[in-house]
Write a protein that binds this ligand. Structure first.
Ligand SMILES: Nc1ncnc2c1ncn2[C@@H]1O[C@H](COP(=O)(O)OP(=O)(O)O)[C@@H](O)[C@H]1O
Ligand SMILES: [Mg+2]
Length: 261
């Protein structure tokens, strides 16, 4: 079967200095450079690398929040590279959802959890009856919390609500960009366990983005390692024997030393 997501030679340039008017080539740098990878249906793929290496830019390009300078993005059999208008992007959005590091803290404080979770269904004119309760349960929150508001929840609980909201459309692809980075270690590991459980039960493919190779390894067999805008190698384990790039070896060694301590 063909891949769910195919990213080919993706490049995104940004101006080296902000607010540059009509920047020329020399004043630009590649935040993402010649990046190619594919994601199979139902697969969880990790994208790992240090802060600033271009991970979020890749997420934004796939989500059509940014346009690439070069390359192609094929999603669910459709070339979405050139889609620009809201009405063109909308049907893609139904199949592709995202959870960001700050998703939990940016929930609308005036809306109840029930409204927050079912809003995407409402936007697409889909039935909402019973869905809020069902999806609260899915993320291990009490279903009778539908009438609560975000400020009554902890950071981890709010992030669970964002996951419920992202899952309610049953997307084919879920992009998780540092979804646990704002949470304490224990809450983060509970959310990772929840995500793992969700993906095993559902057929959602996942692009899991993180600076933390150990977190990525919990969810994803294949891990693409990024450095300076490029994917330098893709690993299927966290063994030093498999890693060929010195940077990857360093990442793995730092993870192994944490395990020992
Ligand atoms: N809108 C933007 N304009 C200019 N530079 C940007 C913009 N967004 C990101 N960058 C730069 O692109 C690089 C990659 O950023 P990002 O994709 O956010 O990295 P990561 O998510 O891996 O931390 C960084 O150097 C960042 O400063
Ligand atoms: Mg980022």
């Amino acid at each position: 079967m063909d891949a769910l997501l195919e990213v080919r030679n993706l490049t995104k340039l940004f101006p080296k200095k902000p607010f540059l008017f009509a920047p020329d080539k020399r004043s630009m740098f590649a935040a993402v450079e010649d990046v190619s990878f594919s994601l199979q249906r139902g697969e969880a793929l990790g994208l790992v690398g240090e802060s600033g290496c271009g991970k979020t830019t890749i997420a934004n390009l796939i989500l059509k929040l940014l346009s690439p300078d070069r390359g192609e993005i094929i999603f669910d059999g459709e070339d979405i590279t050139q889609l620009k208008a809201h009405r063109e992007i909308l049907p893609v959005r139904r199949k592709m959802q995202a959870v960001f590091q700050n998703s939990g803290s940016s929930l609308d404080p005036h809306m109840t959890l029930g409204k927050i979770i079912t809003e995407p269904l409402k936007n697409f004119g889909l039935p909402i009856k019973g869905k809020a309760e069902q999806y609260l349960e899915l993320v291990s929150l009490p279903p009778d919390w539908v009438s609560r508001k975000p400020h009554q929840l902890s950071g981890g609980q709010r992030q669970r609500v964002s996951i419920a909201r992202a899952m309610v459309l049953k997307p084919k692809l879920l992009i998780l960009d540092e979804p646990t980075s704002n949470l304490d270690v224990l809450t983060a590991s509970q959310i990772l366990a929840l995500l793992r459980h969700l993906f095993e039960e559902h057929e959602t493919a996942v692009l899991f983005i993180s600076h933390d190779i150990a977190a990525v390894d919990k969810l994803c067999r294949r891990k693409a390692v990024m450095k300076d805008g490029r994917i330098i190698e893709t690993l299927s384990s966290l063994s030093l024997e498999e890693a060929s790039h010195p940077y990857t070896k360093k990442l793995i060694e730092s993870k192994l030393s944490i395990d020992k301590s």
